[in-house]
Write a protein that binds this ligand. Structure first.
Ligand code: ATP
Ligand code: MG
Length: 254
């Protein structure tokens, strides 16, 4: 199992990147995949054609609250990790032909539910065990790194846009990941669709991290997102998808 996390500032193209990575792995036949939507805004489902509500599924936050907290917020003992794990399987997991899908949901970030936090970590560890790849889409910003729902990550993809803040974001993200002791193998920079290629040397030099390439601007992506259409259906010769194939090859996913 390999765990791939995509991070970056708001609107840089994280979620569409995760959706197109999914398309790539499906086409390569490296399944089963697990997609984890860690963004409370929950955009990933739509970009891969899954509506959890319609499927009758709950977010992990909803399940945690139901399992651990009574009305009023008091904790209900210390239920074993297995209890939340089996509830996630039955009530939270969308199971598709090529990929499964869970969403962390909102409640998660609203308070410090330390017990659920620990239980979720335990549950995620075994939930993710049987997948080839686990792809995590993150909310904008870096706060989520502190929650460390996973401590072992294979690749982090940080999507950069052409702003000074974006360069800072990457420096901070790298530092925080180290500080909170996320054990990662690779920390990659990916040029977002607004990132000018001329800046790639600057990115390489100033950040001293591996730059994998740029996601091509693609009208079709905009069109699909606007229409709520799954990016898995994007034509294979679509510029954004072609660029993502290259990026993933550069990261060694052939
Ligand atoms: N390759 C692309 N070409 C053109 N437009 C794109 C491309 N990728 C994404 N977009 C546009 O940018 C918008 C934001 O993309 P996306 O939702 O993937 O970013 P995000 O980083 O996940 O945003 P957020 O921080 O809100 O989660 C989309 O609505 C889409 O229209
Ligand atoms: Mg997003």
């Amino acid at each position: 199992m390999k765990l791939l996390v995509t991070i970056g500032r708001g609107g840089t193209g994280k979620t569409s990147f995760v959706a197109l990575m999914t398309k790539y792995f499906i086409e390569k036949g490296v399944t089963p995949l697990l997609l984890v939507d860690a963004d409370p805004d929950q955009n990933l489902g739509e970009m891969v054609g899954v509506d959890l509500k319609e499927e009758g599924k709950k977010t992990i936050s909803e399940l945690l609250v139901q399992t651990f907290l009574q009305e009023g917020g008091t904790t209900v003992g210390v239920p074993p990790t297995e209890r939340i794990e089996s509830r996630i399987w039955t009530h939270g997991m969308y199971e598709g032909d090529d990929f499964d899908f869970v969403a962390l949901g909102t409640k998660w970030v609203e308070g410090c539910y330390c017990l659920p936090n620990a239980a979720l970590k335990g549950a995620l560890g075994s939930l993710t065990k049987n997948y080839k790849y686990v792809l995590i889409d993150s909310p904008a910003g870096l706060e989520h790194l502190n929650r460390r729902i996973t401590s072992k990550v294979n690749d982090i993809f940080d999507i950069i846009d052409p702003s000074k803040k974006s360069f800072h974001h990457i420096e901070r993200a790298y530092r925080i990941a180290k500080e909170v002791k996320i054990d990662f193998d690779n920390f990659y920079i990916v040029g977002g669709f607004r990132f000018p290629e001329e800046l790639k040397e600057k990115a390489r030099e100033s950040l001293r991290l591996e730059y994998l390439g740029k996601i091509a601007r693609d009208e079709k992506v905009e069109e699909y997102v606007l229409a709520g259409k799954s990016l898995l259906e994007l034509p294979s010769d679509s510029p954004a998808y072609v660029s993502i194939r290259k990026i993933l090859k550069n990261a060694g996913y052939t």
